[in-house]
Each structure stands twice: as C-alpha cells, then as structure tokens.
Design a protein around this ligand. Structure first.
Ligand code: PTJ
Length: 264
C-alpha cells in the first residue's frame, strides 16, 4: 500500500507496511506483527520520544558494550526488518559480533536474515551452524554459537522474550534489552533494560559508544554507577507523570462550589 506523505502518522504507517512486507518475504513471523502492535501501544504512552531514563540506560548500555571482552548483538526477524542498518552500524562501532537468534527458528529464516544483515553492512554474522545450547531454556532460542551469544560476556537483545533474558542472566552475562514495554518479563529480568523504540535506541547507543571508546575511565564510572532499579523506577515515574498530564488535558475545569445560602 502506498502511504501519502501528508498522513499525520506517515512514519508509523510506513514502518507497519515494512513489517507486513517482511512478513510476506518470510523474515517476520505473524507473531512479530502482534509484538509490533504491543510495542507501538506503549510508545504512544511514552510520547514516541526517547525519555530521560531511556537515555540514561542507553549510555549505561554503551559503557558495558565498550568494556566487554566478547560483546554480541542478538537479532530476530522484527529487528532485521526495521533496524538492520542500525544494527550493522552499532556492531561496527563497538565492534561486536551479530548473531541471528530466533524464537520461531527455521533454517530458511536464519539464512534470509543473515543475508539482510550482511547486505546492511554487518561484518560478522553468526546463526547458521550453531554449536551450543543455552542451559535450562526449552525454546529454539536456546540454539546458539560459542563465538556468539553462548560465549558472550555482554549481550544486547532487542525485542527479546523473557525466558531467554532470564537464562542469559543466569549464565552470568550482562543482558541489555530494548523493549518498549517496561512491564515485560524481559524488562524485568535484563541487567540493563532500555525502554525505548529500537530504531531510536540503537543509534543513540552507537553515539555513546563512539564517545565512551575515547574515554575508558568515564565508561568504567558509568558502568559502576548504573542503578538498574532506580532507572526502571524512573520509567514508571515518567509514565505516571505523562498520564497525569494527559488526564488533566481532558478533565473539564471544575466550577467553584456555591454556598448553601446562595443555592436557596
Ligand atoms: O523473529 P523471531 O522468531 O525471533 O520472533 C520475534 C518475536 C518478536 C515475535 C518474539 O521475540 C516474541 O514473541 O517477542 P515478544 O515476547 O512478543 O516480545 C516482543 C517485545 O518487543 C514486546 O514486549 C514489545 O513491547 C516489544 N517491541 C515491539 N516492537 C518494538 C518493541 N520494542 C522496541 N521497539 C520496537 N519497535
């Protein structure tokens, strides 16, 4: 469908069309379309902008990534469809390995997503011929690479499912998630939950990576001082504040009460 540029929600509709096209091409699963809708609903509530707490988490994520010995970015169908070039640029700036890791895993999907990422410029993409399994994880997401997610010390997992985030944390890894839903199990379980839209979050992390690579002491300070619970609490406070503004905007102005005497 061709979306007129004048449409007030042009970008949102364009992204939706992109996902539908990716679904037709076998990159995105139907469940991915549902996941996108859920994400977008939260983005409305957040004001469709990177919030101050998200910015803090993105800087912390960059600090962990530049200090990592084996940083890895895990990519699924939705991320490949909407943010392949953002993933590639971030991977190059760290530098990090990229692994295609799918919940609804088929060899055909891994192959096509690997191709998309390589075409977007990602230098080192794993996914085909996995050689390890994440312990205590039943889903196909457990299938991974020793040189990738399995062996990583810091893993960036955009649009993750909570089970794997939890399993990766159990393995002792620093797990950085990007998920618009601050209540999702992923956001609850990740070491650094970023509550932001993936196409906004990845370039922002990349910008901080470029800054912090030149300043290792500052990266060490940010990683040490990052307060996970405080940051997630600030996301909830932000939502509370925003809902307060929205509810005041629709509430009719209260009339001053008349005294009993006047009413008679
Ligand atoms: O490609 P596959 O087979 O690995 O499957 C990918 C999906 C996304 C279907 C799979 O990982 C899945 O089922 O994920 P969930 O459990 O639905 O969680 C996806 C989360 O991503 C939800 O909590 C959404 O709020 C969030 N989300 C969706 N779109 C965005 C987003 N977060 C940030 N940016 C988005 N654009």
């Amino acid at each position: 469908m061709k979306i007129p540029k004048s449409h007030p929600r042009f970008e949102s509709l364009q992204r939706r069309e992109r996902l539908v096209r990716a679904w037709k091409a076998g990159v995105v699963v139907p469940e991915g379309l549902i996941a996108h809708g859920r994400g977008e609903a939260f983005d409305y509530l957040l004001g469709e902008e990177t919030t101050a707490p998200a910015l803090v988490a993105e800087k912390a994520a960059a600090a962990f990534l530049v200090r990592a010995a084996r940083p890895v970015i895990s990519v699924n169908g939705n991320v490949a469809a909407v943010a392949a070039s953002e993933v590639a640029r971030l991977a190059k700036s760290i530098p990090a390995t990229v692994e295609v890791n799918l919940f609804h895993r088929t060899e055909a999907r891994v192959r096509i997503i690997t191709l998309i990422l390589r075409r977007a410029g990602a230098p080192n993409v794993l996914g085909l011929r996995p050689d390890a399994r994440i312990p205590k994880l039943e889903s196909k997401r457990a299938v991974s690479h020793r040189r990738g997610v399995y062996g990583a010390d810091v893993v960036l997992v955009p649009l993750e499912d909570g089970d794997r985030a939890e399993a990766l944390v159990r393995m002792g890894k620093v797990v950085i998630s990007v998920d618009l839903n601050p209540l999702s199990r992923t956001s609850q379980k990740a070491s650094v939950p970023i509550v932001d839209e993936v196409r906004r979050a990845l370039p922002t992390i990349e910008k901080f990576v470029r800054e912090l690579r030149k300043d290792p002491e500052e990266a060490a300070r940010i990683a040490a001082e990052y307060d996970r619970a405080g940051n997630l609490g600030a996301v909830y406070s932000f939502l509370d504040w925003r809902l307060g503004i929205l509810s005041r905007r629709v509430r009719p102005k209260q009339r001053p009460k008349r005294s009993r005497a006047k009413r008679r």
